[in-house]
Design a binder for this molecule. Structure first.
Ligand SMILES: C[S@@+](CC[C@H](N)C(=O)[O-])C[C@H]1O[C@@H](n2cnc3c(N)ncnc32)[C@H](O)[C@@H]1O
Length: 245
């Protein structure tokens, strides 16, 4: 599968992405916060500890607010270092639409605190130049938005020390859902954020194959729905795990 799109296609995706973040209201801020601890429930306590406790963690594509998935790990105080990479310029939580609602001030302050955790580095994941510097790489809801998903995973592999782990959360479609998206939705809903912001769509096997190509071993996937939904149902976001051996 050739997984790279042109830089012009990626720039369009990022323009759409920027519009989304610029329009962020209270409901959307709540939604993107709530989905992260729900996603972490795919992983048991031992797996979470192996990913985060006493680890140097790199998160690729944290979003311009700088609110990473790792900030929703209950034991996050044990994370040794947290670096967040994101191509869009940083947006202060206090500059979002949510912050214009005085009644939501406690929510905005809490999210601003999460956004200040770790270090924010503005660059696309494909340009990562870390060599064996991290124990864990996280990329959550990102791979279907990038220019070259395989390039992101290759950079993640290089950034990890031997024995390091990757956690990938990415939207996957059913076989029927993906055919519909690629052949119908892309044409019928061209110009919408749904189409523009998603240069790629995946089945779970595509994600596993890309991780293997990048060099990851010991691959596993948590949170897959049943067979019927994987063939013809609605989308889902499993957790993929791999190791650099
Ligand atoms: C749907 S958002 C998810 C953001 C965040 N992970 C979250 O769940 O709230 C997708 C993110 O991927 C980022 N992204 C797009 N292309 C990227 C790239 N080449 N490298 C790293 N991140 C990228 C976008 O800028 C955007 O912030």
């Amino acid at each position: 599968m050739n997984d790279t799109v042109t830089s012009e296609r990626w720039r369009r995706a990022q323009a759409s992405e920027q519009q989304y973040w610029d329009g962020l209201d209270v409901a959307e801020l709540l939604r993107i916060c709530a989905e992260k601890p729900a996603f972490l429930k795919h992983l048991d306590a031992a797996t979470l500890a192996a990913l985060f406790d006493d680890r140097e963690v790199l998160e690729i594509g944290c979003g311009p607010l700088g609110v990473g998935l790792a900030s929703f790990y209950p034991g996050k105080a044990a994370i040794r270092r947290f670096v967040k990479v994101e191509p869009l310029p940083r947006i202060a939580v206090s500059a979002t639409g949510a912050a214009r609602e005085p009644w939501a001030a406690p929510l905005v302050d809490w999210v601003a605190g999460l956004a200040d955790e770790g270090e924010y580095v503005q660059m696309p994941g494909e340009a990562l130049d870390f060599e064996a510097r991290f124990d864990t790489v996280v990329t959550y809801n990102v791979l279907d938005h990038v220019q070259a998903p395989g390039g992101i995973l290759a950079g993640a592999y290089r950034a990890l020390r031997p024995g390091g782990r990757i956690l990938v959360g990415v939207d996957c479609l059913s076989v029927v859902g993906r055919l519909r998206f690629e052949h119908l939705t892309r044409r019928c809903l061209a110009g919408t954020i749904l189409v523009e912001a998603h240069p790629h769509t995946f089945l779970p096997d595509h994600v596993l194959a890309m991780m293997a190509t990048a060099g990851f071993a010991g691959l596993s996937c948590r949170g897959l729905p049943g067979r019927l939904r994987r063939v013809a149902g609605s989308g889902f976001r499993p957790a993929f795990l791999g190791e650099k051996r």
